[in-house]
Structures are given as structure tokens and as C-alpha cells.
Ligand binder design. Structure first.
Ligand code: HPA
Length: 270
């Protein structure tokens, strides 16, 4: 795995030597965020030898390097999902690559279903912790010693310092911000109402098909991590509505302007 990572990094370095400080992953609705920054370079995933390429619609596949105000960032426009059929080690390869390219901090965004009955579509939730019991750990397999230890601590995956930054930014941007626990399941199907009741009993507030595995891989290699979910829908059984991807996309698009403002403010402060 480390050889594969260094090969990918070498392939990336043939295209750009940009050194990011922050890695940002764009979830649904934020897809065009990179269009609004000062772009220095863009590299399609398909042009990086050995890189897992995303297939889901609405997720463009490329790294965009540039500046948000003065902060050098690398943006993942489209992530890799476990449900696409990749091994978890492949799913988190881009995270490790961003870390190896220089990013010390990682900002994760996603679309998620609201488990907490106080949440409404269009709300935002700062991720304070996660539950990944429903998916394999991305750290299974021979440990990549060059990146981190075999048994990494996960008692503060989402940095308390960055949580303070997000709270402050939300206040400044006038965003009502929930705080809660993100549950990652495999997808691609949405959950059953019974599964959502289980997630609620576990202590989950929002559910999705990404993010937590990325946070784990980043923590393994010592990156500082934070995340925000856009609650695009009530999770299965919370209302009588059936779930569909169109609703998820529509809600994400509806609140994308305020989400982008919040993301920018956080990046400047983080
Ligand atoms: N479940 C899982 N993933 C999701 C959901 C959901 O309800 N909404 C957006 N991503």
C-alpha cells in the first residue's frame, strides 16, 4: 500500500508541486465550490496512475489545488465510496495522498440523513464523533508503518480546536448548527426504518455512506480533522416520505450558497 501511495504521489507531482495546508472534501451540493477559489492546478483522478476513480453521478473526479483567501488547499471534487466496490484501503487512498502531499488538516463535508428527530432537511450538523461499526475499518490489513501506528487512538477524531472554529464560523455566518454523531453505513441502498432506530439507539444523529472512514485514515496519519454534514433528508422512517437521491441532491443544492460561505469561513480560521 505504501508503494502504491508513493507511486500515486509521484504521478501527482509530475502534474503539480503545489503544497496544500488543508484538504477539503466536497459532498453533494458543494461540487462547484472549487470554481470560486483561486485555482493553481487541477488534476483529474483518472490521470493519476493507480487512483480509484469515482462513478456516481453528481461527483466530479478531480483534485483542485489553489487558495481560499491565503490558505493553500487541495480540494477533492468527488470522493470514492465503498459502495462503488472498492476495498476500504482504496476508498481512503485519496485522503492519504492529500496528507502525503502536505495537508496537515482535513475538512470533510457530506450529505446525510437526519436520525435525530429535531433535525430538518437543509440543516447543518457539525460532526463531533462517529460510529463506523457498520463498515470495515480502512486500517484493516498490514499496517502502513510510514503513516501511523497499528492501533491508533480514536478518542478525538474530530479536533476540539476545529470544532470551536466551526462554532465560531457558524455564528458569524448566521448558520444554525447542530452537533452530533455521524453513523457510516455501506449504502448504496438507503436504510430501513429498523436500521435507523438501531442507529438512534447507538447514539447516532445523522447517517451517511462516507466520511467516517476518511476521518479514521486521516487520524491514523496524524492529520487534524473536522467535518460538517448537510442534513438533506429525514432518515428512513423518521417521516412517511420515501427516500430518493433526487431529494438529497435538491436539498443540498438549495442550501449550497450558505454552506459554501460557511466552508470558506472555516478554512480561513482553521
Ligand atoms: N442515508 C444514507 N446516506 C444518506 C442519506 C440517508 O438518509 N441522505 C444522504 N446520504
Amino acid at each position: 500500500m505504501y508503494k502504491k501511495l508513493t507511486d500515486c504521489l509521484a504521478s501527482l507531482r509530475e502534474k503539480t508541486d503545489f503544497k496544500p495546508e488543508v484538504g477539503l472534501i466536497l459532498g453533494s451540493g458543494l461540487g462547484d465550490y472549487a470554481d470560486g477559489i483561486k485555482v493553481e492546478a487541477a488534476v483529474d483522478y483518472a490521470d493519476i496512475d493507480g487512483f480509484p476513480v469515482s462513478t456516481v453521478t453528481g461527483h466530479r473526479g478531480r483534485f483542485v489545488f489553489g487558495y481560499v483567501k491565503d490558505v493553500p488547499v487541495v480540494i477533492m471534487q468527488g470522493r470514492v465510496h465503498y459502495y462503488e466496490g472498492y476495498a476500504m484501503s482504496e476508498v481512503v487512498l485519496p485522503i492519504r495522498l492529500m496528507g502525503m502531499a502536505g495537508a496537515k488538516k482535513l475538512f470533510l463535508t457530506n450529505a446525510a440523513g437526519g436520525i435525530n428527530t429535531a433535525y430538518r432537511p437543509g440543516d447543518f450538523m457539525m460532526i463531533t464523533d462517529h460510529i463506523t461499526t457498520g463498515v470495515p475499518s480502512p486500517l484493516i490489513g498490514p499496517n502502513v508503518e510510514e503513516l501511523g501506528v497499528r492501533f491508533p487512538d480514536m478518542s478525538e477524531v474530530y479536533s476540539r480546536r476545529l470544532q470551536d472554529v466551526i462554532r465560531e464560523s457558524a455564528k458569524i455566518c448566521g448558520v444554525r448548527l447542530h452537533e452530533g454523531v455521524y453513523v457510516q453505513l455501506t449504502g448504496p441502498n438507503y436504510e430501513t426504518p429498523a436500521e435507523i432506530r438501531m442507529c438512534r439507539n447507538w447514539g447516532g444523529d445523522a447517517v451517511g455512506m462516507s466520511t467516517a472512514c476518511e476521518a479514521m485514515a486521516a487520524r491514523h496519519m496524524g492529520m487534524e480533522v473536522c467535518g460538517i454534514s448537510c442534513i438533506t433528508n429525514l432518515a428512513a422512517g423518521v417521516s412517511q416520505e420515501k427516500l430518493d437521491h433526487k431529494e438529497v441532491q435538491e436539498t443540498a443544492d438549495r442550501v449550497s450558497e450558505i454552506f459554501k460561505r460557511l466552508v470558506t469561513d472555516v478554512i480561513i480560521r482553521m
